[in-house]
Design a protein around this ligand. Structure first.
Ligand SMILES: C[S@@+](CC[C@H](N)C(=O)[O-])C[C@H]1O[C@@H](n2cnc3c(N)ncnc32)[C@H](O)[C@@H]1O
Length: 221
């Protein structure tokens, strides 16, 4: 798929479903590589969950990094992105060698069943658009789905949480402040690496957190 078609599709979805799409453009190649960085260092076959693949900008890079035995589940809430991604995985060149090891799940990530399933969770979710309770629910799902020692990688646009504050009403400011508290707490406790990606529109941090699994067996294992 050409980058122009991909960008146009993304912009259309941004207009229709701003709340869940949360970005005007798909992530650029440098940000996608920063997010998938951990896969390079993996020696044993691993299970990867991509959350919010959208038009597949990051999925494509993950597919290029996948080694024999790796498996990718991509969970997407927007049915139009799901169709686009199914089409891309079936036809586009970067997916050719790995398409039989990619599963697309049409669902919100909070409803993905199971526990302790994934070595890597790579998320593109626009957390700053969500309510505090939804952010907490999503992190609870991440803690449930991650394996012991697993890594969550996600991005946030540099300064966005702070930049938005002067331009919004009191209630919205309060929501942003509370989301910052939740995210800063996760970062303080679990972050093992952060990459500043300036060559992206807008520039972003790719954060990597070693999350603790919430399930007892993996937590003690
Ligand atoms: C900012 S876009 C990121 C798209 C792509 N990963 C990228 O970086 O270009 C956010 C994506 O998350 C999806 N999304 C939002 N909430 C979700 C949820 N609860 N579960 C799964 N996907 C969700 C949106 O539909 C959208 O595709």
């Amino acid at each position: 798929m050409s980058i122009w078609v991909e960008a146009a599709t993304f912009l259309r979805e941004f207009r229709k479903t701003f709340h869940t799409t949360g970005a005007i453009l798909p992530s650029g190649r440098f940000l996608a590589r920063a997010l998938a960085h951990g896969l390079h260092r993996q020696h044993a076959p691993c299970r990867i969950l991509e959350v919010g693949p959208g038009s597949g900008a990051v999925t494509e890079v993950i597919a290029r990094y996948m080694r024999p035995g790796d498996h990718l589940d991509a969970v997407e809430i927007n049915p139009r992105f799901v169709s686009l991604l199914q089409h891309r995985v079936a036809r586009d060149r970067p997916f050719r060698k790995v398409c039989d090891r990619i599963r697309i799940i049409a669902s919100p990530v909070q409803q993905v069943a199971g526990e302790g399933l994934y070595d890597y969770i790579i998320s593109g979710l626009p957390m700053v658009n969500f309510s505090v309770s939804l952010v907490e629910e999503i992190f609870a799902a991440f803690h449930r789905l991650i394996k012991a020692g697993g890594i969550l990688s996600y991005f946030e646009y540099i300064g966005l949480r702070l930049l938005k504050r002067p331009f919004v009403g009191k209630q919205e400011r309060q929501r942003l402040a509370e989301i910052s508290l939740v995210l800063e707490d996760k970062i303080r406790r679990h972050q093992v690496r952060v990459d500043r990606v300036l060559v992206n529109v807008p520039p972003a941090y790719a954060r990597h957190l070693r999350l603790k699994p919430s399930h007892a067996a993996a937590a003690t294992g």
